[in-house]
Design a protein around this ligand. Sequence first.
Ligand code: DAH
Length: 348
Amino acid sequence: MDTISFSKETFLHELSQVTSTVELNQFKASYIGKKGIITNKLKELGKLANEERAAQGKSLNEARAFIDEHIRAQETVLYKNELKKKLAHKKLDITLPGAYLSKKPGGRHPVTLVMTEISEIFIYMGFTIEEGPEIETDYYNFEALNILKNHPARDMQDTFYAENTTTTDTLVLRTHTSPVQIRTMQRRKPPLRFIAPGKVYRCDSDISHTPVFHQIEGLMVDKGISFSNLKAVLEAFIHRVFSPQTPVRFRPSFFPFTEPSSEVDIGCILCAGKGCRVCKGTGWIEVLGAGMVNPQVFKNVGYITDLGDFNYSGFAFGLGMERIAMLKYGIDDIRLFYESDMRFLKQF
Ligand code: DAH
């Protein structure tokens, strides 16, 4: 191998003759590109005896660094010159559409917006977030929540069954977020204060039902939690998502996992309580289900052993995101959320 005959003077002279960035790239390649002089010499180093290799390697690496540094500097100079020339020729047309128009930014789905907003309201009130699986066992989705086999409550929620290859329990797509109550209570001891947002599934489809929709479950357990706490938290929540003037009413209802149970209505926001198509003339719209945790549920998760033990108490609630989003944004067909029609989605 010939010894390196790199001359800084020659290189700098050649470099000074280069007049464009395109030319500069070719020039750079001729030295330190894949087949450049320096690169080739570096490749041949292996053939040399140890001492010679060290010396040659050192001077080649120095040469490469020198070349690189000067080429970079020249690149900046040439680039700036070229840009200046280009701009001098082209007059800026400020009537052209902005570049951002060709790259349309994505947006959040209205259901995601509402879910985030609601989660933030509860986080503000000290609730944490919990999650659970969307494929549930019959035990978590029903049994542990005191929804026993053959109980009519099972008909209220048309269940999708999943093929089961691993467990002996029946698998379902969760029909509500309530199983997250059970999973969390099994993992943690009171005091508890959390919400569980997520997807739920029911075999149902019309203008107010889709086979998949979103719920937020809520649970608060401690010593001395009463229905007043439930009312206070849910009223504060409703006044925050809708408006501080929204009328709220608690109506007696039934859920197997709460006792007593309640459904919560708000004064119809479309007709201000006068009665319209949306509230079916009643002036009220149901927005969520809630109640005091049934002691049987506490027993199922091992918080108590005796149903008469009132050491702990708590409240739970569940609300549908799509329903809230429809009311908030005045949407009359739930299917619009899932048709991916940009004209609809762009409005949020
Ligand atoms: N899981 C119920 C449903 O999907 C909603 C619900 C009602 C949840 C009352 C609760 C509750 O936690 O206390 O219909």
